[in-house]
Design a binder for this molecule. Sequence first.
Ligand code: NDP
Ligand code: HSE
Length: 434
Amino acid sequence: MMRTRPLKVALLGCGVVGSEVARIMTTHADDLTARIGAPVELAGVAVRRPSKVREGIDPALITTDATALLKRGDIDVAIEVIGGIEPARTLITTAFEHGISVVSANKALLAQDGAALHAAAEQYGLDLYYEAAVAGAIPLVRPMRESLAGDKINRVMGIVNGTTNFILDKMDSTGAGYQEALDEATALGYAEADPTADVEGYDAAAKAAILAGIAFHTRVRLDDVYREGMTEVSAADFASAKRMGCTIKLLAILERAADGESVTARVHPAMIPLSHPLASVREAYNAVFVEAEAAGRLMFYGPGAGGSPTASAVLGDLVAVCRNKLAEATGPGESAYTQLPVSPMGDVVTRYHISLDVADKPGVLAQVATTFAEHGVSIDTVRQQGRPDGVGNEASLVVVTHRAPDASLSGTVEALRKLDTVRGVASIMRVEGE
Ligand code: NDP
Ligand code: HSE
């Protein structure tokens, strides 16, 4: 039975994502009505700058008072695409207090306050959906929350930030400079309002926290995620990666410990072999591997940023939430029953690529090798070459290790820095995906 009374939607934010949500809601209105079983009506659009021209949006819908829009009494669903912590957090809470279910794309807020927001949704018997918060258009949150709810996820590894993948891809494939590539990503609408969130890894860390919580049925906050950005990745790192048959990607890696008693969550640049599927993820695309006990390895791939792809995920949530409203039901809430602790980065075991500037004289290699051995880090390969900048009496030493705990590697690097013969540690990068 088709309901004729429309479900009313408040759109909070009408920027890169919000404007595409509004456009698709208008152009696909008939299909959305048929799929939901009732018409959906854009009942109000809250923005910061009311005088800005917004193509396709009735100016009468525009308001700067988002709170009043939520409190007016006829809104069924709010779509929060403002971003950041405040006023988004207060607006979502206000929505719940007024019987309004919420769809959000706000990973920063969900990673920081997801537990409280889920609790509020549950308290009021409402939905909180956020497919768009992780990996743009890629269906990932719902498959992990629902399709894999009967399985046990042990590992998640992926590229979850489009901006940094775009920059790294441009640096690698065209030799573009960092700033030039970032400017292009910003112009294309991929970057956050403050792109520091992208390039310093905060955005990927927020997504990692959300995914880890879902994957391991535990609570993981942004602060629990080890984070390194990609601003230090240099052309020399790419050249070194190429010599090893690798490229460099900013990865999010979430793992359940072998004993099942803890988890780790980290975001950092890493070298991966060119033969690895993640190596061929170009531009602002994202890709995520999920390893589950029964299902095996699953790969999710698609556009990870941008207005239209992200709006696709928002609208999928809108349809789901509207269907739930009509059925007088709610979708799954937070599942955090395992309460697994998050172990520190020092416990993570992986491989490393370390580039050292050393004195070019007898005995240096032995000294360096001894330092690794003293810290229990086993060397896989060593390559020595004259410094590319032609600095006399100095050589560049590239060491690739076998798997070792991160704490042992940190100890090794600290000791290497103290050696007279080591002039500097040019770069340290983890090697993944082998
Ligand atoms: P934009 O900066 O393009 O848009 C933000 C919107 O929020 C603007 O319309 C702005 O108004 C409005 N706004 C800001 N402050 C207020 C306020 N106090 N009250 C009401 N409205 C306000 O951001 P995006 O569209 O890029 O991102 C939105 C969300 O989606 C963020 O959480 C982001 O992380 C997430 N996201 C973004 C993706 C992307 O590719 N861009 C992909 C996946 C998720 P005005 O227009 O007047 O300035
Ligand atoms: N700034 C984010 C990115 C948007 O580049 O991935 C998508 O979440």
